[in-house]
Design a protein around this ligand. Structure first.
Ligand SMILES: NC(=O)c1ccc[n+]([C@@H]2O[C@H](COP(=O)([O-])OP(=O)(O)OC[C@H]3O[C@@H](n4cnc5c(N)ncnc54)[C@H](O)[C@@H]3O)[C@@H](O)[C@H]2O)c1
Length: 251
C-alpha cells in the first residue's frame, strides 16, 4: 500500500507558516494539489511559490477561517475550480498563553474560540459537504497537547483544542460509513511563531524536565504524521488523536 496522494486536492488552512506550511510542502512532494489558505497573503503566496518552483502544484486562497461566510465561498471556489476536495488539514490557529482564567478578557476568549474552534467547525462543514458528494475524504484537525490536558495561563486555548478533539471524534462516528476518515494531531512544543509568546524559562524547563526526547519538535515532524493520517497507510485509523510530542504525554 502506498500513500496514494497523487493529484489529490488538499485544502490546508493556516498554510502560510509553521506546521501548515511544512505540511503543504510535504504533501506537494507526494503529488497532492495543495490549496494554501491563510489570512496572511504575502507568506501564503510564498508557500505556493516554493511548491510551484519545485515542480509541485499549489494555489493560494485568502481565507479567514473564523468567518463562516468566507469559508463557504472559498471552499466552493476550490471545489468548482479543482473538481474535488479529497483531503483537508484544519490547522489555522493562534497562540494562547495569556494568564489565569479569571483574568482572560471576553474579547480574547471570543477570538480564541472563533479561530481555533469555530474555524475548524466551519471548515469541516464545507469540506464534508463536498466529500459526501464524492463518496470519500480524509480530514486531519490540528489540536494540541492542550486538547488533552489543561494548560497554565491558557484555559481558553485548552478549551478550544479540547473542542477540536470533540468534533473530530463526533465526525468520525457520523461519517465513517461514508468513507470519510477524521482524525486529529496533537503537537507538543513545536518550533513556530506560535511559541514565541511562551517565556524562554518555561520552554527550557519543559524541554529539560517534561519532554523525554529533551528537545522541541520540528514542523516537518508534525507534517509527517499528518501525511500518514491522510494517506492510505492509515486506512483503518478514524477518530484518533495522535500526540506528536517527543513523549511528553507519556508521563
Ligand atoms: N507550534 C506549537 O508548538 C503548536 C503546539 C500545539 C498545537 N499547535 C497548533 O498548530 C497549528 C499551527 O500553528 P503553528 O504552530 O504552525 O503556528 P504559526 O503561527 O506558524 O501558523 C499559524 C497560521 O495560521 C494562520 N492564521 C491565524 N489565524 C487565522 C485565521 N483566522 N484564518 C486563517 N489563518 C489564520 C496564521 O496566519 C499562520 O499562518 C495551530 O492550530 C496551533 O494551535 C501548535
Amino acid at each position: 500500500m502506498n500513500e496514494n496522494l497523487k493529484n489529490k486536492v488538499v485544502v490546508i488552512t493556516g498554510a502560510a507558516s509553521g506546521i501548515g506550511k511544512a505540511t503543504a510542502i510535504l504533501l506537494a512532494k507526494y503529488g497532492a494539489k495543495v490549496m494554501v489558505t491563510d489570512i496572511n497573503k504575502k507568506e501564503g503566496l510564498l508557500t505556493t511559490k516554493i511548491i510551484n518552483d519545485s515542480g509541485g502544484f499549489a494555489s493560494f486562497y485568502n481565507l479567514d477561517t473564523s468567518s463562516k461566510e468566507e469559508t463557504v465561498i472559498v471552499l466552493e471556489s476550490i471545489y468548482k475550480e479543482h473538481g474535488a476536495i479529497d483531503l483537508a488539514v484544519n490547522n489555522a490557529g493562534i497562540g494562547g498563553m495569556v494568564g489565569p482564567l479569571h483574568t482572560i478578557e471576553s474579547s480574547i476568549w471570543e477570538k480564541m474560540i472563533a479561530v481555533c474552534l469555530s474555524g475548524v467547525f466551519y471548515s469541516m462543514q464545507e469540506e464534508i459537504k463536498y466529500m459526501l458528494i464524492q463518496g470519500n475524504g480524509r480530514i486531519v484537525n490540528i489540536s494540541s497537547l492542550a486538547g488533552l490536558n489543561g494548560v497554565l495561563a491558557g484555559s481558553h486555548y485548552s478549551a478550544a483544542k479540547h473542542g477540536v478533539i470533540g468534533i473530530t471524534k463526533s465526525a468520525a462516528l457520523e461519517y465513517g460509513k461514508y468513507n470519510i476518515r477524521v482524525n486529529s494531531v496533537c503537537p507538543g512544543f513545536v518550533q513556530t511563531a506560535i511559541i514565541d509568546d511562551v517565556p524562554e524559562k518555561v520552554l527550557n524547563y519543559t524541554k529539560n524536565t517534561r519532554i523525554p526526547m529533551k528537545r522541541i519538535g520540528t514542523t516537518e515532524e508534525v507534517a509527517e504524521s499528518i501525511l500518514w493520517l491522510l494517506s492510505d497507510r492509515s486506512s483503518y485509523i478514524n477518530g484518533e488523536s495522535l500526540a506528536v510530542d517527543g513523549g511528553f504525554q507519556a508521563g
